[in-house]
Design a protein around this ligand. Structure first.
Ligand code: C5P
Length: 220
């Protein structure tokens, strides 16, 4: 039987962020939001109050979930912090690491003879690390790590660097799992050498397995 999350508040981030360059162009990524939406749906079905902060995706709102739509990393940061406090924060969004320093009010034009364009980007605020470092910290902070190589190594580094309790690592660009797929496989890493492989399975099934680990950690 799956563990209940009744009486718990979960904040889940999902999807990509779009960082606007000018009125028609942006920097985005290939996150579909499916994993985060699946987590939100299953958590709500298990009785949790769920706030889902969603980047620009085409996904229906899961039943019983309070959804906040955002576009940029800065907006996602504001929406996540507005949703706190919570018992668990699950950062499944693929947040842009960099955003254009300046937004061009008019469409950027190419000029004759121009062969290159230099776009200056500045680092975004790390939502996950800031939630984990907060004085009133959620009991559980879970991050995601999408990597193309050395998946476990990079993910373990993220666990320490970002001060989170669990990191769910997935290898992108391999087989039928990852960003745009309905299936996924996760390697969940925690402190004291905790390591659990989940899947490959449908993202909804994986969400259930991940929420079992969450419930074990924030249960009464
Ligand atoms: O460092 P990297 O972007 O690979 O880390 C991924 C994890 O960090 C994800 O859980 C993502 O939601 C979170 N993140 C964040 N804010 C950022 C960048 C990443 O919350 N600016």
């Amino acid at each position: 039987m799956s563990a209940s999350l009744a009486g718990r508040h979960l904040v889940v981030s999902a999807g990509p962020t779009f960082e606007d360059i000018d009125p028609v162009r942006f920097i985005g990524n290939r996150s579909s939001g499916k994993m985060g939406f699946a987590i939100a749906a299953v958590a709500a079905a298990r009785g949790a109050r769920v706030t889902l902060v969603a980047g620009p995706v085409h996904q229906p709102t899961p039943a019983g979930v309070q959804r906040v739509d955002v576009r940029s990393a800065a907006q996602m940061h504001a929406a996540v912090f507005a949703a706190l406090p919570c018992d668990a924060y699950i950062g499944a969004a693929a947040v842009a690491d960099f955003t254009p320093r300046a937004f061009a009010a008019g469409k950027l034009k190419k000029t004759p003879g121009q062969d290159t364009l230099v776009l200056e980007l500045v680092k975004t605020r790390d939502i996950l690390a800031e939630v984990a470092a907060r004085a009133q910290r959620p009991r559980l902070v879970v991050g995601f790590a999408a990597e193309t190589d050395n998946v476990a190594g990079y993910a373990r580094g993220k666990l320490e660097r970002k001060g989170v309790d669990l990191v769910c690592a997935n290898q992108v660009g391999v087989g039928a799992t990852g960003f745009e797929s309905d299936d996924n496989a996760l390697l969940v890493l925690g402190h004291d050498g905790f390591e659990r492989a989940l899947g490959p399975a449908a993202k909804s099934a994986l969400a259930g397995l991940l929420l079992d680990l969450v419930a074990e950690r924030i249960g009464r």
